[in-house]
Design a protein around this ligand. Structure first.
Ligand SMILES: *Cc1c(COP(=O)(O)O)cnc(C)c1O
Length: 388
């Protein structure tokens, strides 16, 4: 019998022109933050998601930090944020000196518009155009929306609420490059381009990767330029090194942009593959052996980045045991994130409506979803799951 190969959760796929473009960059000796490929990659992403300007940065996390700064989030402000998410969506609120208010999810795993509205009606009032938290007196200035696993949040409802309460909307689209609405008022609009500012990530596990990297997009031209400025040490005079505020070195390198350009050429193919493999798992597992495969939102074309297996309480094994059994069979899976409200640095923050978030947290297993996953490997995953 041959040894079983390891099936990873989500790994990069370099089957395009990555080596050629990176090699060209090395040969040109433009490997650092200068060179032509960073602006080229920025324009390629801007064109892809149909915005005027995209600003490259060295991670999704730094992009989210830049977003907080260009949105004017400051010390003493409050920001609505999901509790069911990766912590990098929330920490930048703290970097800006503000505090998150944690809101639960809906069945899409994204922040629930119903809960946001309920929270605001119970706790906030409008004062001179500002949404004021009546308990703390703080200005609730913004809302961070995360499109979890590539599944679009309910943007029509969330944007209505943002309008009513005068909130800035930051879209953490780090997992959702390529997802867009196909119907409704946002038909044709990509994740990240509906609110005030959007952020993509090119970390190694994301749908396309530059090793590490990110991109900020904004519908406000001056915000995008401000992000560029802050990411490049806020320098106003190249020659004499004059800086007009506290800036950062959050730049992407030319080498990374080379990788990104090659990856972006393959993005639509990656999405097709992810959809095909999602449908495969759905057919074989949904409604079988106490499993469900969670759907993606209607009226959207999702990038299908991560697949969520939901294990019913009636299953003979606990979710964690299932993950262990798969591990023994050399299949890598993982549970969804622990809630941010339970992380070490957030015990005092307000929380509203977390019951459904806990419910999903206890039951979800993310299945292997790499863009080079084969049907044979997915069948192995299915066979193990059905044998438990
Ligand atoms: C990956 C991710 C980030 C951070 O992106 P990095 O590029 O890894 O810094 C932020 N938010 C969410 C929801 C993510 O999945």
């Amino acid at each position: 019998m041959t040894e079983k190969t390891f099936i990873p959760l989500s790994v990069p796929n370099f089957s395009g022109k990555e080596k050629e473009y990176v090699n060209d960059a090395v040969v040109s000796e433009w490997v650092s933050t200068g060179g032509s490929l960073v602006p080229k990659f920025e324009q390629a992403i801007a064109d892809y998601v149909k915005v005027d300007r995209a600003v490259a940065c060295n991670s999704g996390s730094s992009g989210l930090h830049l977003s907080m700064m260009i949105a004017g989030i400051e010390k003493g402000d409050e920001v609505l944020a999901p509790t069911l998410t990766f912590i990098a969506a929330v920490n930048p609120i703290r970097y800006a000196g503000a505090e998150p208010i944690f809101i639960g999810c809906d069945d899409s795993l994204c922040i629930s518009p119903k809960l946001v509205q309920e929270y605001l009606e119970k706790n906030a009032k409008m004062q001179q155009g500002r949404c004021i938290n009546q308990k703390t007196g703080a200005w609730i200035k913004a809302m961070v929306v995360v499109h979890v696993f590539g599944n679009l949040a309910d943007m029509p409802a969330l944007m209505e609420i943002a309008k009513q309460w005068n909130l800035i909307v930051v879209e953490d689209s780090t997992e959702a490059l390529g997802s867009y609405y196909t119907d409704g008022i946002y038909a044709g609009k990509y994740a990240g381009t509906i609110g005030d500012v959007g952020v993509y990530s090119f970390n190694g596990n994301k749908i396309i990767t530059t090793g590490a990297g990110g991109m900020v997009v904004s519908n406000h031209a001056d915000w995008a330029e401000h992000a560029k400025h802050l990411s490049t040490q806020a320098k106003t005079d190249e020659l004499n090194f004059v800086h007009d505020e506290v800036g950062y070195n959050y730049r992407l390198t030319n080498l990374q942009a080379a990788l990104g350009l090659a990856q972006l050429e393959q993005l639509e193919g990656f999405i097709d593959h992810k959809k095909e493999m999602y449908n495969f798992y759905f057919e074989k597992l949904n409604g079988k052996n106490h499993y469900k495969i969670l759907p993606f939102r209607e009226n959207t074309r999702s990038n299908h980045w991560f697949y969520s297996l939901f294990v019913e309480d009636s299953h003979p094994l606990h979710r964690d045991e299932i993950i262990q059994k798969l591990q023994q069979e050399k299949i890598q899976t993982r549970p969804i994130w622990a809630l941010i409200q339970d992380q070490a640095d957030y015990p005092k923050n307000e929380v509203y409506g977390d019951a459904l978030a806990y419910h999903y947290l206890k039951h979800i297993v993310n299945l292997p979803c790499s863009t080079n996953l084969t049907k044979e490997d997915a069948q192995r995953v299915v066979d193990v799951l059905l044998s438990l």
